[in-house]
Design a protein around this ligand. Structure first.
Ligand code: HEM
Length: 159
């Protein structure tokens, strides 16, 4: 009985101290399952999937019909994009990286990206996840991360 009260007090103290550390996420941590980053196998496989994704996306003829996308992909080095997107995915999945690039709004505002172009990008990504045999659950979580950026990236919405 006493033991269980002491445990509760100790847990509360730990929780309060954790939440008081500036810069740490005060959300309760779900440590019942490994992070998406760990389930994907860490930075090496993530970097391979991102690299293959950009190799498929950058020369895509449908996307490059948009003159702003075509112009940007000719001047922005692909390795630079691979670096930034890898860091972003690593961070967003709970890995140890920190993304230091521009916000999604700032990086894409001049590209006039449409809903149809967004859908094309998502289908290229889905094909890639399938070809790398990324399991269903992890694929869904990655697609949700991508989807969370849509409002900042798509500038031309269809009525
Ligand atoms: C149809 C969808 C998309 C297209 C056509 C697209 C295209 C581009 C292009 C052309 C650039 C270079 C822009 C420039 O510097 O002038 C860029 C930058 C970038 N994109 Fe996308 N993008 C798309 C979606 C996404 C998504 C879903 C993400 C991440 C979840 C993403 C992450 C980035 C990052 C991290 C950069 C670099 C930011 C920086 O330079 O600081 N993009 N994108």
């Amino acid at each position: 009985m006493n033991m269980s009260i002491n445990r509760k007090v100790l847990l509360s103290i730990l929780l309060v101290s954790f939440m008081a550390i500036p810069g740490l996420n005060a959300e309760p941590v779900d440590d019942t399952q490994p992070s998406l980053y760990d389930r994907l196998g860490g930075l090496a496989p993530i970097s391979v999937v991102v690299s293959d994704f950009l190799d498929a996306l950058v020369p895509d003829p449908m996307l490059n019909q948009n003159p702003a996308i075509d112009a940007a992909r000719q001047v922005v080095p692909k390795p630079y994009l691979k670096y930034h997107v890898t860091a972003m995915v690593c961070q967003a999945t709970g890995g140890p990286c920190q993304y230091h690039g521009r916000s999604m709004k700032e990086a894409h505002a001049h590209l006039n990206i449409t809903e149809a172009e967004w859908d094309r990008m998502v289908s290229v990504f889905e094909e890639l996840l399938a070809s790398h045999e990324v399991p269903e659950q992890e694929s869904m979580e990655l697609l949700a991360i991508i989807d969370s950026t849509k409002a900042d990236i798509v500038m031309v919405t269809t009525p």
